[in-house]
Design a protein around this ligand. Structure first.
Ligand code: UDP
Length: 369
């Protein structure tokens, strides 16, 4: 008999399993997929660690989380500086002096602020949706070229129907600084995320290719308690209706050339292009293998968002009011399941970054008895 059955080998499951095991509890971890890591899973192709389920760039301000992940991997010095392409124009991200200079020809922070102040005049009071929030942060022009169409592709919803917090994930700064994140610590685990998660799970029983929801009784019979990191609505058989998610499809190609786009991430911000971004995976590790040799080929992935339906992989919770209210109802059901801990992006229906997932797993596992 195990103490904990942990459903899902993503970051929440792996960290919880590590911590509970180190406290002396016996854990069994299972995953529906044939690989560990959940959506941070990376796979090696042509010497390149390919982020199979979308780009993951680790960043945090939490020194405890940073020290924790460094126990399982060495992080490189990668800094995310995506480029936005709107038709034939290229802009720096996040929104900073390079972006403002390209957009308006301004050279100083005062000049940039003057334009934004004039453009955001139409927005009165506290922004109530993503459109108002975006315009009040960066003005009409940037909203029109770099936010509106990208966001509507990404979320499949009008910017007026999306919550403001989504755009507040991006920094706006009046300095010449293309670092996408405001984070003290940032990097990519050398050798890939899969290795990092494998190290977290070292010495712990893991069974892959097993779907907990398809055979619940069998799995629950194996442990005293369960940690569930799948979608919370699926756990309850969608009995209150389904929560909405955005899904993604990736088209990945190996190209017989060393450099396709000169950057790890290029966002396509106009709606005439169906994908939201192209990831060129080798640049997460500077285009070199672990021996410092330049890699002759490259691997790129185009990312296509879509509305989630049963059978698709859920990636992003749609945290608008309607879904948050429904989630609260599921949360009430979850709170009554005293033998089950719900965690992670899907278990808590929350647009968590990796560091926040780890912090939450550390917190929840520290409370285990
Ligand atoms: N966003 C945008 N234009 C961009 C990049 C991002 O409008 O070029 C908006 C979009 O609404 C997106 C949100 O900012 O959903 C958050 O972006 P982030 O890069 O944090 O999203 P993730 O990498 O998690 O998909």
């Amino acid at each position: 008999m195990y103490d904990y059955l942990i459903v899902g080998t993503g970051l929440f499951g792996a960290v919880f399993a590590r911590e509970a095991t180190d406290k002396g509890y016996k854990c069994l971890v299972i995953d529906r997929r044939k690989n560990v890591g959940g959506n941070v899973y990376t796979e090696r192709v042509e010497g390149i660690n390919v982020h199979k389920f979308g780009a993951h760039i680790f960043h945090t301000n939490d020194s405890k989380v940073w020290e924790y992940v460094n126990r399982f991997a060495t992080f490189n010095r990668f800094t995310n500086s995506p480029v936005a392409r709107y038709k034939d124009e290229m802009y720096s991200l996040p929104f900073n002096m390079y972006t403002f200079n390209k957009m308006w020809g301004v050279k100083t922070p005062d000049e940039a602020k003057e334009i934004i102040e004039a453009q955001k005049n139409a927005i009165k009071g506290e922004p109530s949706n993503l459109e108002e929030q975006a315009i009040s942060l960066v003005g009409w022009d940037i909203y029109g070229k770099l936010i509106k169409e990208y966001t509507e592709k990404q979320w499949g919803r009008d910017c007026k129907d999306l919550p403001p917090f989504i755009i507040k994930r991006l920094p706006v700064r009046f300095t010449f600084d293309n670092n996408y994140f405001d984070a003290l610590y940032q990097g990519i685990p050398m050798g890939g995320y899969t290795k990092m998660v494998e190290r977290m799970l070292e010495g712990i029983d893991v069974i892959l290719g097993e779907d907990y929801l398809e055979n619940r009784e069998k799995w629950e019979g194996k442990a005293k308690k369960t940690v569930y990191t799948g979608p919370i609505d699926a756990f309850f058989d969608y009995r209150l209706g389904n929560l909405e998610y955005r899904s993604l499809k990736f088209e990945t190609e190996v190209l017989d050339k060393p450099n396709y786009q000169g950057n790890a991430v290029v966002n396509y911000t106009d709606k005439s292009v169906p994908w939201t971004r192209i990831i060129e995976h080798k640049w997460f590790e500077f285009g070199k293998d672990e021996n410092g040799r330049e890699l002759p080929k490259t691997v790129i992935s185009r990312e296509f968002p879509s509305e989630w339906k049963v059978g698709d992989e859920p990636y992003y919770p749609v945290n608008d009011e309607k879904n948050n209210n429904l989630y609260q109802e599921y949360k009430t059901l979850a709170d009554n399941e005293t033998n089950v801990i719900f965690g992670g992006r899907l278990g808590e229906y929350k647009y968590y970054d990796m560091d926040k997932v780890i912090a939450s797993a550390l917190e929840k596992s520290s409370a285990v008895r």
